[in-house]
Design a protein around this ligand. Structure first.
Ligand code: ADP
Ligand code: MG
Length: 341
């Protein structure tokens, strides 16, 4: 659906040249929810604006629907923008227009006749859950409702791609969840490809299948969300993943756990899927004459499945404990002995 080949974007300012995006390569497939995460200033907004031609790259190729959008004229670019629409952190609504009039705006620009506009606006109002609010003004709506208007407006011309620039960053956690649910349902119902940028790993975890991590204009890590969460490579990715796993807190508790469970060995298992760990535990208990205590566990859910960690205390004959640990290793479960003394 979208590919970026060696895309860079530089801005010339009085202070000198700013490289906002550098040598980025990405492949976004039709129908997927693709997340781009990074801290402020990483180049996310610039990158997403390149995808619908709001910014022109300094170098590189941007292919959208088999067209190199860096090589087409304004008229064609406007057609592309109807198919690649966008929502924003601060909604960008027209304050003097009602909900219905805001949603109708892109239809007016596209020259859709009035009757059809009205029908389409009503469909969209239903789709985003704003029934009965068509005549409200934006100032009469909550943040979540405003973003629903933004989404309806973005969908008016039946786009194939929806770009979301920090679309939930101005919302409280509950409203964020409801907007993310709406995005997933639109993705499923309409087969819409969604590219979203965020600085919140929870957003990636909840709805994305693929993720790219941006730092200083570069994509430093990329892949399936579950893989990246389980096995983050770059320091920045580990930091983002720890927003979910809260590993700094976990580390403290490991210290505490060592004190609470001084006997035997404490081992930490990392697992994928809820099923994998269950048979290992029961075999461990059956095959080895050990006391197996579950000390702590957590599980996180992503669009591609669940992953988590489990901390066990193994008590008994030292040789048997070592054997049991070797056995768990052989089951290809990520195993780590926490207290080795
Ligand atoms: N129009 C512009 N002119 C000059 N510099 C810009 C412009 N847009 C963005 N930048 C700079 O590019 C870098 C990346 O910005 P941005 O893409 O907005 O990052 P993010 O969305 O990740 O916070 C920043 O250093 C920003 O100041
Ligand atoms: Mg931004």
């Amino acid at each position: 659906m979208i590919s970026l080949n060696n895309v860079s974007k530089k801005f010339s300012t009085k202070q000198g040249t700013i490289v906002a995006v550098e040598e980025v390569n990405l492949d976004i497939k039709k129908g997927e929810i693709f997340g781009i995460i990074g801290y402020s200033g990483a180049g996310k907004s610039t990158l997403i604006r390149l995808l619908n031609g709001l910014e022109k790259p300094t170098s590189g190729q941007i292919i959208v629907n088999n067209q190199d959008i860096t090589k087409i004229n304004e008229v064609k670019l406007r057609q592309v923008r109807q198919k690649v629409s966008m929502i924003f952190q601060h909604f960008n609504l027209l304050w003097s227009r009602t909900v219905a009039e805001n949603i109708a705006f892109p239809l007016e620009i596209a020259g859709v006749p009035k009757e059809q506009r009205i029908t389409r606006v009503n469909e969209l109002i239903d789709l985003v859950g704003l029934e009965g609010r068509g005549h409200y003004y934006p100032s009469q709506l909550s943040g979540g409702q405003k973003q629903r208007v933004g989404i309806a407006r973005a969908l008016a011309n039946r786009p194939e791609v929806l770009l979301c620039d920090e679309a939930t960053s101005a919302l409280d956690p509950e409203t964020t969840d409801s907007i993310l649910d709406l995005l997933v349902s639109i993705n499923e119902k309409l087969g819409l490809t969604i590219v979203l940028i965020t600085h919140e790993m929870q957003v990636i975890q909840k709805i994305c299948g693929q993720v790219a991590v941006m730092e200083k204009g570069h994509v430093v890590e990329e892949g399936n969300v579950l893989d990246v969460f389980q096995n983050p490579q770059q320091a920045i990715t580990k930091r983002f993943v720890s927003q979910i796993n809260d590993s700094s807190k976990a580390l403290q508790t490991i210290q505490q756990l060592k004190e609470l469970y001084p006997d035997g060995k404490l081992i930490k298992l990392g697992f994928v899927g809820e099923q994998t760990v269950q048979p290992i535990l029961s075999r461990l208990i059956k095959q080895f004459d050990l006391d197996v205590n579950i000390v702590q566990g957590n599980i996180s859910h992503t669009q591609n499945g669940a992953f988590g960690t489990l901390i066990l205390q193994l008590e008994g004959d030292a040789l048997l404990v070592d054997k049991a640990i070797r056995y768990i290793h052989e089951q290809k479960v990520n195993t780590e002995v926490i207290n080795n003394d």
